[in-house]
Write a protein that binds this ligand. Sequence first.
Ligand code: HEM
Ligand code: HEM
Length: 233
Amino acid sequence: MTKHRVRTVERYTRRTRWYHAAVYITVLALLGTGWWLLTGREGQPSPAARLTGVADVTLHTYAGWVLTGLTAVAVTLGARAARTFMVESVRVDKGDLRWFIRWPVAVVTGRFSHHRGHFDPGQRVANLVLVTLLAALVASGVGLTMVVGGPGFVWLQRVHRWATYLITPVLAGHILIAAGLLPGYRGVARAMHLGGRLRIDTARRVWPGWLDRRLAEDDEDDQQPRPAGDSPD
Ligand code: HEM
Ligand code: HEM
């Protein structure tokens, strides 16, 4: 850990932060154009369509291919990170139930129950729901670009619509929490923005087990043998 005036700790690397930003800009564009189409305004161009001169369906499909590409990057180039993400999202430790029981009050007071994960137990559930629904949206969305009419189209459209209904409140919840708007989560937005460093007190409040491991890693790095000559061997 570098010595800053306010002690901070790196939570996510620049690569992860840029990947997350690319995903959310794309997903927000898909939600915007998707809801525009869903509410039956297909004939009426949205402000984005008027600005670009491209129809909403086309804008949506372009953004859909971008998200499909980003998904492909996650499972190929980002396979190791994706695996760690999944392993950390399915973990269950003793005490996680107590974390959930205390959560509704802790979002206001900041007094979360201890947990050991990289993600808190609530994030783990949200991650699994998000991955499942995004996978359903990408699969059914790609299907919709290939099938024209018939029962297949109707079925794909049903999956695509339901996944949209379900993912919208989950994403709204994620943004509310991750933007640090609730008092208990104040300061967490910096994990993914403006350098990816958290204040130590924020990290201790929200991710105590992760922080202990992270600080222990830094101590180990500090104790690495010095360059030739310095080491007793
Ligand atoms: C966050 C992800 C996504 C959301 C929230 C979303 C949402 C929606 C919604 C609400 C509709 C309108 C459905 C209706 O009118 O019944 C729609 C249509 C559609 N979506 Fe998506 N979508 C997403 C991702 C994708 C992806 C990855 C693709 C694939 C390239 C895609 C391709 C399409 C297509 C082809 C249509 C049909 C357009 C039409 O002909 O009416 N979507 N989407
Ligand atoms: C709309 C699409 C978005 C998707 C699909 C998405 C997805 C994710 C996922 C899967 C994570 C991993 C851990 C977690 O569940 O917290 C994450 C973390 C995070 N997201 Fe998002 N996100 C989106 C939008 C946003 C927005 C708009 C913000 C802005 C405030 C944001 C801020 C964060 C932050 C600060 C973290 C780090 C939390 C941590 O340190 O573990 N996200 N996001």
